[in-house]
Ligand binder design. Structure first.
Ligand code: M6R
Length: 632
């Protein structure tokens, strides 16, 4: 959600800020802006534009994009916005400046008491030019600076005392031209360290890896001053100096490249066979137990926590997540309950964090998050940690806040996912959860379940080849998208372990094509949703071979009897007698019942993709969404 960058050093600053913002563009894309200290005029110049980052590039003066003519220190900050307070306009775009232009800053998060603060500041004569909560911070900081003789660090301490809410701030002070200031409270912020006093700042390490692998992770409540001569002066929540720890991360420069695909989403769908291979690599063979490699994380000093030991001696598993990650947890619930015979609850993190859940040290809480930064999941995880539960973060970002705070980390290894619409991370999360389920089953030793494991392991290992076969023929899905793309509403139904894949299919469709879609258990249809059905509402049914195949066929019949257009995505031949039930049939390979949601999700992803493309939507950057939801 929003992206922050900052730089202090001798490189051409505007291109550097823009390129760093480009790596974060998938996180928010309503508007963008940069602020650069001008060594000549000794002012901080601000440039902003609405829409895509390219619009910002077009308003930048040509000389700013060139190498600095003399070796002057360059200092600047940048921001890419996902609007919370105020529409995506130039006025609301960051950076924001204080009333007297003394302070310029960028912000991620939400200042919860901004309305009260704004009222007080307006009473003092401060004039607001935007509807943002952020502008309040800029004015407030200037106001505080007046009573602190323009001494910035004590002013930041006072600012922190007055602000309530979440923020990652990167700030410039006109009177301290060679310095950058940063502060973090419940929103991620990292500092990159270069050679000889060169520093970067970013809300995500992804923006820095092209420049440095030396990273300082700010913790909640910390703030810092960066300068060439003074280095990093870091302070804790109690305003006392904190020792700076620099982590060497292993990730090299990332190429954020569509590799010839029209959209990142399509590229990421096609990456799934390799993602599954990678998720299984060195973790499982057909006749060995799963192992999660200790220190499978770039946070080098992280204890090599044994996932095996964390998952032992537990009576309950609680899975928390949001959106697609929640749906992946739902799939795992079916498998873990079946194989391990302990109760598994799957909870939407945003609700869970405000409940008073029953948790103790016999509970294993698994937080699933592609980004590892989702605010609701992070807070729900912190609640679990405080309650004494055993905790695991299952994340695609083992350098994330969740990974750093939690007991054990499972890296889902999907690789950078750029498309806002998650695809490959969903599949990789399920594979990692299945490995965990198998591991727990083997430790628990439920005899008749152990006998089922070799087949399941084999099924997982053959997944990539089956996926490749499916991805080699997408014509039927393109046709389907053209046929159904003009409908305004669709239902997705499935049962058993495929039911969560129906939820995910509906989420994909609504997210990028803006067609209303809901996922239901086929069993639930007649308890309400069937009232919606007529010829105007197609029903996509995920029909997988196994215990509930016949039940699903009956549910499909019931829907057809209400004149719904019926689309079946199935891995089993439709039996005689049901020829007229389905208007369209998409077949996928026969497979083990447990891996059906993994394979069955692929046609649903492609259906959403081709529908959105057919409708001319912005597939990778759907309206109103952001890749990583770091605010409540
Ligand atoms: O990074 P996380 O996995 O925690 O993100 C959770 C959701 O915001 C995310 O899965 C969202 O639902 C996706 N955009 C769906 O495609």
């Amino acid at each position: 959600m929003c992206g922050i960058v900052g730089y202090l050093g001798y490189k051409a600053i505007a291109p550097l800020l823009v390129e760093s913002l480009r790596t974060l563009e998938y996180r928010g894309y309503d508007s963008s802006g940069i602020a650069v200290y001008n060594n000549g005029t000794q002012n901080i110049n601000i440039y902003k534009a609405t829409g895509k980052l390219q619009n910002l590039v077009e308003v930048l003066p040509a000389d700013l994009l060139m190498e600095p003519p003399i070796k002057n220190l360059q200092v600047g900050i940048g921001h890419i916005r996902w609007a919370t307070h105020g529409a995506p306009t130039v006025e609301n775009a960051h950076p924001h400046h204080g009333h007297h232009g003394e302070v310029v800053l960028v912000h991620n998060g939400i200042i919860e008491n901004f309305a009260e603060l704004k009222q007080v500041l307006q009473g003092k004569g401060y004039v607001f030019n935007s509807q943002t909560d952020t502008e309040t911070v800029a004015h407030l900081l200037e106001d505080i600076l007046k009573s602190h003789q323009h001494d910035f660090l004590p002013a930041v301490a006072e600012l922190r005392r007055q602000l309530h809410g979440a923020y990652a701030l990167t700030m410039m002070h006109k009177q301290a031209p060679g310095k950058l200031y940063v502060a973090r409270q419940q929103a991620p912020l990292v500092i990159g360290v270069g050679n000889q006093g060169e520093y970067w700042v970013a809300s995500d390490v992804v923006a820095l890896v092209s420049y440095t692998n030396q990273i300082i992770y700010l913790e909640d409540g910390q703030y810092a001053e960066l300068s060439e001569e003074g280095g990093v002066k870091l302070f804790g929540p109690d305003n006392t100096p904190v020792e700076v720890k620099i982590h060497t991360i292993q990730t090299g420069p990332l190429t954020i490249d569509k590799k010839g695909y029209k959209h990142f989403m399509l590229k990421e769908i096609y990456e799934q066979p390799d993602v599954v291979r990678n998720a299984l690599l060195e973790r499982i063979t057909s006749d060995t137990s799963p192992v999660f490699i200790a220190n499978d994380t770039p946070v080098s000093e992280k204890e090599s926590v044994s996932i095996a030991s964390l998952s032992q001696d537990v009576d309950r598993v609680i899975i928390i997540g949001c959106g697609t990650s929640y749906n992946a947890g739902m799939v795992a619930k079916y498998l873990i309950e079946e194989l391990v015979r302990i109760p598994v609850e799957v909870e939407a993190a945003g609700e869970y964090r405000y409940r008073n859940p029953v948790l103790n040290d016999r509970c294993l809480v698994i937080a699933i998050s592609q980004s590892g930064e989702t605010a609701d999941t992070l807070e729900a995880l912190r609640l679990a940690i405080r309650s004494g539960a055993k905790t695991i973060a299952l994340t695609n970002r083992p350098d994330s806040t969740m990974a750093r705070e939690v007991g054990g980390v499972i890296n889902v290894r999907a690789g950078v996912e750029v498309s806002v619409c998650a695809t490959k991370s969903f599949v990789a999360q399920i594979v990692a959860l299945y490995l965990l389920g198998i591991m727990m089953c083997e430790h628990r030793g439920v005899a008749e379940k152990l006998a089922e494991l070799p087949e399941l392991k084999k099924a997982l290992l053959t997944l990539p080849v089956l996926m490749e076969a499916m991805l080699s023929n997408v014509d039927p899905l393109q046709k389907l998208a053209r046929k159904y793309g003009h409908y305004t509403s669709m239902l997705f139904i499935a049962r058993g372990v495929c039911f969560p894949a129906a939820l995910e299919g509906a989420l994909k469709l609504k997210e990028i094509s803006y067609i209303h879609a809901e996922g239901y258990s086929g069993a639930e249809l007649k308890h309400g949703p069937i009232a919606l059905l007529d010829e105007s509402m197609p029903v996509v049914s995920l029909l997988s071979d196994g215990a509930v195949f016949d039940k699903m066929l009956s549910n499909c019949q019931e829907a057809k009897a209400r004149s719904a257009q019926m689309i079946s995505v199935t891995n089993k031949a439709i039996p005689h007698g049901y020829e007229n039930t389905f208007d369209d049939i998409i077949s996928y390979p026969a497979c083990h019942e447990w891996v059906a949601p993994l394979l069955g999700s692929i046609p649903l992803q492609l259906l959403s993709y081709y529908t959105a493309e057919f409708l001319g939507k912005d597939v990778d950057q759907p309206r109103n969404l952001a890749k990583s939801v770091t605010v409540e």
